[in-house]
Every structure is written in C-alpha cells, then in structure tokens.
Ligand binder design. Structure first.
Ligand code: UD1
Ligand code: CA
Length: 457
C-alpha cells in the first residue's frame, strides 16, 4: 500500500477558564512536563510532513517556554471554537494529504492508537477515536443511527436522552485535507456557546454520504482530556500509579507506592529500594542495590551501585559512583561528581566539584568549583570561598589532604598532596610543600576576668 502523506494539527489555543489560571491550560504540568509537550512529542514520533500548533494569548510566552521545536505556529487571536482553530491552519494544508487532529489537552494519546487511526482512514470520510465512559460528563456524545455515526453533540447542546450516551468523542480524528476544508467552510456557530465546533464536521461529512469510521480506545487514560485542575490531579494520580506499577513489576522495592512521584524517567538496576516521599525529576538512573531513603529529590542524576542516599537529600545534575553514602540533608548541585566510596554527611552543599575515591565531607560545609583528590578528609564547617563578588575561582585539593574544621579556602587556591590544615585556618595562598598549615589567633588566658553584670534599673 502506498504511504499516504500526512500532517498533524494540535489545538492548543483555548482559554484557561475552567483551569482558573493566568497560565494557558496546556502549560500546566503533568508528571513534571507541560501537558502540551506530551502531545508534541507524540506528534513528532508520527513521521508527519508538518505539525501545526494552534496557539492563543500569551503566544510569546508559549514559544519562549517550550521553544519553536520545528512546528508551524498558527495564532488564533480569538477563541471562536475548535472548528475555527482548524480553519486557521487549513489554508496551509495540501489537498492530497491526510490531516490528523490532536487536542493539546489530551496529553496521553499514544502513537499506537494514532497508527490504528491512520489505517482506518481509507475506508471512510473521517476516522474518529471514541471511548466508552461510565461517567461521560463534559464530553461530546457520539450519535449513532443503526450503528453508523451520524454526528457528535456537545453535552451543553445535548438532549436528556443524548446525555445518557456513554460513547464519547475523544476529539482525535483523521480526514483528507481537501474534504476537511470543504466541511470547515460549512461550519456555523449556531449553538449555545456560539462557537464554531469542529465536531460539527462529523454530521456534515455524514450528510454528504461519507462513512465515519471509529476505533475505540480501551485505555481511558490515553483519551483523557484535561479541562480543570481536578481532572489534571486525577490524571496525574492515574499516571503515577501506572509508573510505579511498572517499577514494582520490574523488581524495584517502593516502600509505599502511593508516596513516590516520577516526573521524568527512572531506570533502575536490581534490588533498588526507594522509601516514601521521594521525587524523581528528569532522567535518573539508579544502579544495583541503591537505596534512596525518605524525602529525597533526585533530578537528572546517575547513582552507582550500592550507594545509599539518606533522608532529605537533594541531588541535581550530578553523577555518583559506587558505594557512596550521601546525606541526610545534603545538597549536591549541578556538576557534582563523586567517585567511589565517598561520603557526604549532613548539611553539606557541593557545587560543580569532583570528589575523589574514599574522600569524606562529614558535616556542615560548602564546596564549590573544587577538584578534590582521593582519601581527602574535609572537616566540619569548611568553606571554599569561590566567589569574589564578580568571578568564580577554583580550589584544588590533592590526595591525602586533611582539612581541619572551620577552614576557609580562599580561591583560587591549590593544596599539595598530604598537607594537613589545622582547624580554624584561613588558607590564602597556594600550598606547594606538604606539612601543617595553621593560621589561628594565639589563645590568650585572662585570669580573674569578670563577666559583665546587668545594671540595676
Ligand atoms: C472537546 C470536543 C468534545 C470532546 C472533548 C474531548 C469540541 C467542540 N468539543 O470539548 O466533543 O468530547 O473535546 O476532550 O471540539 N481550542 C482551540 N481554540 C478554540 C477552542 C479550543 O485551540 O477556540 C483547543 C483547546 O486549547 C483544547 C482543545 O482545543 O486543547 C479542545 O477544546 P476544549 O474547549 O477543551 O473542548 P472540550 O470542551 O473539552
Ligand atoms: Ca478539553
């Protein structure tokens, strides 16, 4: 069979009225990603000639937020309805191509069902995805006569009898561009909402004598439309449940599957354990036997085998090798790299730094723009003073250095292998020869010194 050319149009210009939001509806997040991005990603996977995105107010914000992404952006200044939205792009359609219409607020539509939709197109004027819902509230109802689809009626315009119909319009359809243009020209806004409904083309096409072929979506989540925050939260829960089910079945222990949020992709090795209230963002990879304790946030990171992340630790764009221990209450900021067996304790912040094999930063420190060698011990309260108010500077600490507590390292600075820095030292110049470095006010002892007392009133 010759492959028919196709383009895709995504409708995303609607107002955010039911969302009660200044932010366009399709920019709200589902599992950490804007709703619209799911639809764009699926559209891009479909090998379409062109992808049109109909957008509305806040257009510049729209483009800045997600980038142009190679789409054809078509502005709908006034939201006169879904039919009007398609009309705006119709002038660009080539007569001989098929057009797939996607709704920007139906994020989890799959490539699989769209491919099924493409397959039914040659057998009718319109291919339409429908689904059966126990509670069809809010959706357009599919009207059939002797089993043939004769139209779609919006709930607001439906009779009491029509409202009882459980087969609903998902909004997603395919039609030939030339036909589509002809049907769109016949739309009017003669309905309660005074909108140009795209769904009216179903009846128009039927009246022309065309067959409307339907396929059922059996998975209600792929056709779920988001109109308000309750629906968004409901879909988020359904989506999260699916994600954690996959993880559990692939061998990951989730101590409470209802208290983990995957806002991106998580790839796990064998016998990974994840405790409660962990949030995964972006792309996260956990090696065999990794344990993530309660309340951690992991974003775009790789964590090597046998590493333990203790409670309330935040790891962002970092790479951790095997057998490390991090936390509780640590923060690893972008560009942190920990080599094997390193140990980061509580209230330690690390940014854009490398920590070598078996090195330790046990407590209350800030390490930024540093390169730290193997077997280094950094005492409590050590600060790399990396910023002079204008520029960032590097700290280099070679292998086997011991840094006593409450040390300030004024960068740029480098400390040679094996050096010991005494507690309370401010290191201001490079240490080129090992030994003990100490800068500390000499301790004085004033005997018979009296504490001040409160004056009588
Ligand atoms: C629409 C369908 C309904 C279907 C449901 C499925 C129509 C008239 N109704 O209803 O039959 O059951 O989706 O989810 O199509 N949009 C524009 N420009 C506009 C209006 C809307 O681009 O002028 C966009 C919206 O951003 C949204 C999509 O089109 O992404 C659907 O619009 P919405 O108002 O949500 O339609 P529903 O009432 O959900
Ligand atoms: Ca909708």
């Amino acid at each position: 069979m010759i492959k028919q050319k196709k383009s895709i149009i995504i409708l995303a210009a609607g107002n955010s009225i039911r969302m009660c939001s200044n932010l366009p509806k399709v920019f709200h997040f589902l599992a950490g990603k804007p709703i619209i991005q799911y639809v764009i990603d699926t559209a891009k996977s479909m090998d379409a000639s062109k992808i049109y995105l109909i957008y509305g107010q806040n257009g510049d914000f729209f483009k800045k937020k997600i980038g142009e992404q190679g789409l054809i952006w078509v502005l709908q200044t006034k939201q006169l309805g879904t039919g009007h939205a398609v009309q705006l792009a119709a002038e660009y359609f080539q007569d001989d191509e098929n057009i797939i219409i996607l709704y920007g607020d139906v994020p989890l539509i799959t490539k699989k069902i769209l491919n099924r939709l493409i397959k039914i197109k040659p057998y009718g004027g319109i291919g339409l995805i429908t689904t059966i819902l126990d509670n069809p509230k809010g959706y357009g109802r599919v009207i059939r006569n002797n089993n043939n689809v004769v139209g779609v009626t919006e709930e607001i315009d439906a009779t009491e009898e029509e409202c009882k119909i459980k087969e609903v319009n998902t909004g997603i359809m395919i039609a030939n561009a030339k036909d589509l243009k002809r049907w769109l020209n016949q739309l009017n806004n003669d309905n309660i909402q005074k909108e140009y409904y795209l769904t009216k083309i179903i009846a128009i096409s039927h009246e022309e004598g065309n067959k409307i072929n339907t396929i059922y979506s059996n998975d209600s989540i792929e056709s779920y439309g988001i109109n308000n925050r309750l629906e968004l939260a409901t879909l988020e829960r359904i989506y999260q449940k699916k994600q954690v089910e996959k993880l559990l079945l692939s061998g990951v222990t989730l101590l409470d599957p209802s208290r983990v949020d995957i806002r991106g992709t998580l790839v796990c090795g064998i016998d990974v354990v994840i405790d409660t209230n962990v949030i995964i963002e972006g792309n996260v990879v956990l090696g065999n036997n990794v344990k993530i304790e309660s309340g951690c946030i992991l974003k775009n990171c790789i964590i090597g085998e046998n590493t333990i992340i203790k409670p309330y630790t935040i790891i962002d764009n970092s790479e951790l090798s095997t057998d490390c221990i991090v936390g509780p209450f640590s923060r690893l900021r972008p560009g942190t790299k920990l080599e094997s067996k390193s140990h980061i304790g509580n209230f330690v912040e690390i940014k854009k730094s490398l920590l070598g094999l078996s090195s330790k930063i046990g407590h209350l420190s800030y390490i930024g723009d540093a390169k730290i060698g193997d077997n280094v011990n950094i005492g409590a309260g050590t600060i790399t003073c990396n910023y002079d108010g204008a520029n960032k500077h590097k700290t280099i600490i070679e292998d086997d250095v011991f840094i006593g507590s409450d040390t300030q390292l004024i960068a740029p600075i480098s400390i040679i292998k094996g050096t010991t820095i005494g507690a309370g030292t401010t290191v201001t110049s490079d240490i080129k020869e090992s030994g003990l470095i100490i800068s500390r006010m000499k301790q004085i002892h004033i005997k018979n010194w009296k504490r001040p007392t409160k004056k009588n009133k």
